[in-house]
Ligand binder design. Structure first.
Ligand SMILES: [Zn+2]
Length: 348
């Protein structure tokens, strides 16, 4: 894709970031649960929460490390029991995404977080999938699902989850790998990813968020992923950077998540510009937006304000998000046309 030259007055850049069409490629649907919805679902399902009210829960969102985040994350997920709960969670996110001009989203879900609590995988997938179908019809948002294996669990458990999910294989487009990265390298899941590849599923994996560049190498060469989620640690390895650029492997970068989990001490020091200027297919995404301080446009606005990225970078990030998505070439071309129309509207 050839970057076009646009003359965008600097004061119009924030509005342009919000208005431009974009794809979100790294968002965990369980990480979109807002305190209000957690309480509403807890009441509907008669689940007791270890928080007195919405305000107490929101205060607890100021977690201090990964474990305190995971404690709240699992408490939040405990209110999800019925198909309608999964639908409502996805719908709340999809409406929020539409408001940010996200026109395509590929949402992660963690079936093991739910099957471990006795919720059938069918309930999870049917509820999420129905929201995706409605998003296309009612919001004009194209939405798809990617099933993630929890990497702190075993490969045998990943195989069990895959078996449970296969009757619903038309309702998700790929598999990913998430949860605690360090100590759980991609190659731990070599066999299950090979099986998913045979099944024709798309493959992605979290790698190089906190883990070393070696994890990105093994995600590429052992798991044979098509995209790397996060991948920001790749900048430490020039040979890896060259490989990612040459093979046009998208990196789904999540700036506010990186800030909250202290991957970078502050946004000014985020390496998104380095990745883009090296020719990598880097994208901006929200990861767990309810927990990490913002949805898509908030990620764009804060990152651009902190790092001095330009309108040219904005175009590249949006174009990269479409290039990196699992839609066909005709759909990509249509979205790029819409992107160019938006930029022309904002040009001086
Ligand atoms: Zn993630």
């Amino acid at each position: 894709m050839i970057a076009h030259e646009f003359n965008i007055p600097a004061e119009r850049l924030p509005a342009l970031l919000c208005a431009m069409p974009k794809a979100e490629l790294h968002m965990h649907i369980e990480g979109s649960l807002e305190p209000e919805l957690i309480f509403a679902l807890a009441q509907r399902n008669g689940v007791a929460l270890p928080y007195a009210d919405v305000e107490a829960l929101r205060r607890a969102y100021a977690f201090t490390n990964l474990q305190s985040f995971l404690d709240i994350y699992y408490a939040g997920a405990s209110v999800l029991l019925k198909e309608q709960d999964f639908y409502d969670m996805a719908w709340a996110y999809l409406e929020r995404a539409a408001a940010d001009n996200v026109v395509r989203t590929e949402m992660f879900f963690d079936p093991q977080t739910h099957t471990a609590r006795g919720v059938d995988i069918q309930v999870v997938i049917e509820g999420l999938h129905r929201a995706c179908v409605d998003a296309e019809a009612k919001l004009g948002v194209s939405a798809a699902l990617i099933l993630c294996f929890l990497r702190h669990l075993s490969e045998e458990e990943a195989f069990e989850t895959l078996e449970q999910a296969l009757p619903y294989a038309t309702k998700f487009i790929g598999v990913g790998l998430d949860s605690s990265e360090v100590g759980h390298p991609p190659e731990k899941f070599a066999k299950v990813f090979a099986r998913c590849r045979e099944l024709g599923l798309h493959l992605v994996a979290h790698a190089g968020e906190e883990g070393p560049p070696a994890y990105v190498w093994s995600a590429l060469d052992v798991l044979k992923v098509e995209r790397v989620d996060h991948g920001v640690q790749s900048a430490k390895d020039p040979v890896l950077m060259a490989r990612l650029a040459k093979d046009r492997i998208p990196l789904t970068v999540c700036p506010l998540s990186n800030l909250k989990l202290c991957v970078f001490p502050d946004l000014k020091q985020h390496n998104l510009k380095t990745l883009l200027d090296a020719g990598l297919v880097a994208t901006v995404n929200s990861d767990d937006p309810a927990y990490f301080g913002g949805y898509m446009n908030e990620n764009f606005l804060q990152t651009f304000a902190a790092t001095g990225l330009t309108a040219q970078h904005a175009w590249q990030l949006a174009a990269n998000s479409f290039e990196g998505s699992f839609i066909d070439d005709a759909a990509k071309a249509r979205y790029i046309d819409r992107l160019n129309e938006t930029f022309a509207r904002f040009a001086g």
